[in-house]
Design a protein around this ligand. Sequence first.
Ligand SMILES: Nc1ncnc2c1ncn2[C@@H]1O[C@H](COP(=O)(O)OP(=O)(O)OP(=O)(O)O)[C@@H](O)[C@H]1O
Ligand SMILES: [Mg+2]
Length: 620
Amino acid sequence: MYRSPYGPYGPDAPSGLAVEAYGMVKRYGEHTALDGVDLAVREGAVLGVLGPNGAGKTTLVRILSTLARADGGTARVGGFNVRDQPDEVRRAIGVTGQYASVDEQLSGFENLYMIGRLLDMSRRKARIRATDLLERFSLTEAAARRVGTYSGGMRRRLDLAAGMVGRPQVLFLDEPTTGLDPHTRNEVWDEVAALAREGTAVLLTTQYMEEAERLADELTVIDHGRVIARGSIDELKAQVGTDTLQIRPLHPADLAPMLSCLHTAGIGGAWIDEDEGQIVVTAADEKQLSGVLRALGTAGFDVSALTAHRPSLDDVFLVLTGHEEGNAHQRPYEYQEPDPYQEPGPFLDPQEDAAVPPAPSPRPPRRTPAAHLRHTGTLVRRNLLHMKADPSSLLDSVLMPAMFTVLFVYVFGGAIAGSRGDYIQYMIPGLLGILSLMLATSVSTGMNTDFRTGLMDRFRTMPISPMSVLAARLISETVRSLLSLSVLLNFGMVLGLRVLSGPLTVLAMDGLIVLFGMAMVWVSVLVGMTMRSAQAAQALSGVVAVPLQFGSSIFAPVSTMPDWLVSFTHYNPLSALADACRELINAKPAGESMLTVLLWSCGLTVVAAPLAMARFRRRT
Ligand SMILES: Nc1ncnc2c1ncn2[C@@H]1O[C@H](COP(=O)(O)OP(=O)(O)OP(=O)(O)O)[C@@H](O)[C@H]1O
Ligand SMILES: [Mg+2]
């Protein structure tokens, strides 16, 4: 027999397991959220992970779904190691986290369709699957409506549907029905059960015993980051207490004769509950219960009430965790892990005949460039749909440049360069450089919003490259900044700007702005992901962007500035960009400033891009 050094269920043992986790540890500073959790979900089975608030359920789901990294232990999902093969794991899973992570700006249909496309379904398949899931979760009527207008329960249902789009091999559901009404809860249960019947293994965390009873084949109870009990529902109930039968005689005087009748019939565990005026029989099994009824019937006793009581999972939960209303007090029950070689764990099949370790699971094919393009295209479409759903968000791309032009031309126009006409020719081309900063800011704001709404977590549990997410942002925001650019140029021309160069030169200028903008995107993405809040990121961007803009040659020539500012302005990359734009529009030689912009763009990208990507991929 194959013997793993870890015991029969160790990390290299053969298994029919969809999820297996051994000794998972997760610390947050001093606090230990998971303290050596082992669990397993058989293929096609539903494991309920039960635990009070703060037990570590969400932490566990985040680790198993590749969002967080464990500090200890190993885990395999779908046969792949969650730490070393996150991409493979992501292909096998669907996730619905504790908090809804859907795109509020898109409709319900567009959300599910987008996920289908990101999971490499054809357009037709994605459409059919989205329609089908909306139907199953009673969202058909709201399918075309923006999710922002959905009720909490509708959003939750959509989020659950989103986790199921790819018919995953393993589905993680973190408290799937919290906050749902009883009818909706039943609907969700039906869907989860249906998916499990189709062969999906489900790991479901819950605080509802009814949910666990309804769905779970096996349970693992955790508390304070440790497993305190596991087994089938019946096994857990048996650990807590047995079934009881309460018999109330029609005539109270019959109590004592009834008890002796039961004793005569050889039924043990019966006693008189004087307070309630009834006989209580603690019965180990159904056979014993029917023996009781037969004995009393034969003796001809009249009975006024008969109640059978099975311990509920609520009883189990309370006894095991010693919690009431989430308050921890003494733990009355100590769970003892069975010796793996003596007694098979209740949730694992012993692999008696397995003589060799399993063949490693086949690696799924690598993503092709075409797949990356498709993902990026899908996400660009999503961002453009945002603009369509909320056209007022485009106002600042249009109004800001127009306002800037008018204000600067009329406020500073005459004062700075002697004549307004000269100033227009000087300032407006320089102003184009600012668009690169606007591009960077809008990309990082968009990314930040996706992080905050949890949508980024959904993307990060899917088999798509983070580059696709970023590239899509970049492309759609570039579209937006090209819109601003054309407003600025056209508006400038209305005010008297003369574009002396040809269309090709203008195109080269666009390219330069976007290139420098992209370099700044890396910087601002890095800032956006490093700062704790969107406000902090915005504040920092402001602190950087304002001196960069005003301490440049955008609004006034460097020669007019005091000495202490000159060197800053001279080396400020925005000066080079403004100069380049100015020279290009005025048909002057622009080689030197263009080269400077190129060098700055490359330099910033080389430094900031790897840092930003590492930050993006990091799992905490
Ligand atoms: N990012 C974090 N930083 C610090 N502590 C954290 C972090 N995430 C979780 N914790 C802590 O880890 C413990 C487990 O949290 P977790 O969210 O996993 O609990 P849970 O079982 O999902 O609870 P609930 O039922 O309330 O959702 C908690 O004490 C929590 O405060
Ligand atoms: Mg939780």
